[in-house]
Design a protein around this ligand. Sequence first.
Ligand code: NA7
Length: 554
Amino acid sequence: MSSVREDAQGASAEERVTDFDAVIVGAGFAGLYALHKLRNEMGLSARVYEAGSGIGGTWHWNRYPGARSDSSSWIYCYSFDEELRQEWEWSERYPQQPEIMSYIEHVADKFDLNRDIQLETRVTEATFDEETERWEIRTDTGDVVSARFLIAALGALSAANVPDISGTETFAGEWYHTAEWPQEGVDFTGKRVGVIGTGATGIQVATEIAEQADHLTVFQRTPNYALPLGNYPLDTESRRQYKENYEEIWEWVRHNFSGHDYDFIGKSILEATPEERERAFQERYDRGGFGLWIGNYDDILESREANDPVSEWVRARIQERVDDPVTAERLTPRDHAFGTKRVPLENGYYEIFNRDHVELVDVKEAPIEGITSTGVRTKDGEYEFDALVFATGFDAMTGPYNKIDIRGRDGQLLRDKWAEGPRTYLGIMSAGYPNLFAITGPQSPSVLTNMPVAIEQHVEWISEVVQHMRDKGLDVIEPTREAEDEWVDHSQEVAYATLLPESATWYMGANIPGKPQVFLPYLGGLGPYRQKCDEVAANDYEGFAFATREGANT
Ligand code: NA7
C-alpha cells in the first residue's frame, strides 16, 4: 500500500503546485533570504529544496565540537530587517554553531519561511527546456517541478571531501566527516581519537576533542598560520553599542574589501619601519581575528618581499607557544606564504600539543598508507583509534554544482562546460544557462568575504533584475559569451597579481585530485565587486541579453 506523501503545507502530492516562479536550492543563509525576498517581498511563488533534515545549510551540517563562526556575530547575520537586527542578542564575539542555528531558526519563523521549504529532498537534475523557457527540476524523492527562475543557493563549501584512503571501509570504530556530523552529537570521552586535517575546521575540532578524548592524534599534511580568535562574551553595553551603530557598521562592511570589520592599513609594509611593523602586528595579534590577514599593510599578499616579514613574525609566535621544539617546528609553516591559504582562527590550538595525551603526526614526513580495522597506518607505523575524524574539507565552490545534472541549452551539462574551470559572468550566471542564478558561486567574492554580507548583495541584485524583467515583460536573461569570457579572464588576472595562486589550496582546486587548477573565488574585493554589479545594472544590464517568450531580444 502506498501512502501519499504530504508536503510542508499538508497538501498531498496530487494537489501540490508543480509550477513555480522560482525554485531555490538550499536552505542556508542564502536560500532563506532568497525565499524571503522573492516570495514575501515580491510575491513570487517559490519552493526551496533542502537536502538536510533541517534548515541552516553549513550550520546544519557542520555541528562538530568547536564549530563556530570566524566572523563577528553582529555582522554574521542579516542586515535587511531593522527589527530583526535590534531584537537578536548575540552572546559572544564569535558565535558557536548552536547559537547560529537558533538565529537561523528564529529568522525562518519570523518570516514564515518553513512552509515553502521541503527538507530531506536533494535536487538531482535541472534541465532548461528551450520550448517553454523554464527549468524542469527533479529531486531524489521523485518530485518533478518547473520554474521560470532557478536559484542555486548551494553553498560554496557544502560538498564534503572524504579522501580516498584505502581501507576506510574496514575501520571497525566510528568515523566522521566534520561536515556530515551526526545530529545527535558524538561523545569522545575516554576514546582514542585521530583527526585528519589541520585547516580551519581541523584546528577547531582538535582543540575541542583534546578536552574529551583519552588520547588524540592529529594528522597534519600542511601546517597553517593560525591566528588567535580573541573571543569574548558580549555584555549589555557592547550589544547596545553595536545596535546603535548598526547602519554605520553595515555600510562599512558592505563596501570594504572583505565584508568583515577590518580595513587594510592604507600603506605599504615596505614604507614602515621595523618598530612600526612590530607594533602593527602585535596589536592585531592581541586583538584576535583576521586583522593580521585582511587588516594589515596593503601589500602583504602581493609580493614575497612584502609578505616575508609577517610570515616570519607569525612563525615566531607559533614557535614560542609550543614546548617541544620538534613539534613546534612541525607546526610551523615554511612551504607557503602567510595568508595565501585560508587563515584559521584558534582558541588554544597550539597549546594542546603541550599536553601528554595529544600528539602530532606529520603526514608529509610519514604519509598515510591506509586505514585498517584498528586505525591509521603511516610509513612510520600504525596508530590505533576508537574513532576517526576527517576534517579534510570540501570540493569547494564548483563541487556542489557538479553534483547536480544541470543541463542548459542544447542539453549541455554545466559540469562539462566547467571541465577546465568555472565560466561565469560576475559569478552570477553562466552563458547557456538562462535564468539560473548562483548565490555566492565561483568567480564571485564569496569565500573571501564575510558570507552573509556577500549573500545579501547577491540576493538583492538578483531580485532587482527579476523585478526589472517583470516590469519590462521579459522572460529570459542570459549573459553573453563575450561578457563571460572577459569576466573569467579578469578574475584570473586579479588573482594572479597576488601570491594566492602560488599555494596548493582549495581556492585553487588543489585539494581535490584531478580538479582543474583555477583560482575559484573573485579576489577583487567585495566593495569594488558590488560597484561593478551596480554599474552593470545601471548600464541596462550590460553583458546580459534578455528575451521575451516570443523570442524578441531587447
Ligand atoms: P580545508 O581548509 O580544506 O582543510 C582540510 C585539511 O585536511 C587540510 O589540512 C588538508 O591538508 C587536509 N587534508 C585533506 N586531504 C587530506 C589527505 N588525503 N590526507 C591528509 N590530510 C588531508 O577544510 P576546512 O574544513 O578546514 O576549512 C574549509 C573552510 O570551511 C574554511 O576555510 C572555513 O571557511 C570553513 P592540506 O592543507 O591540503 O595539505
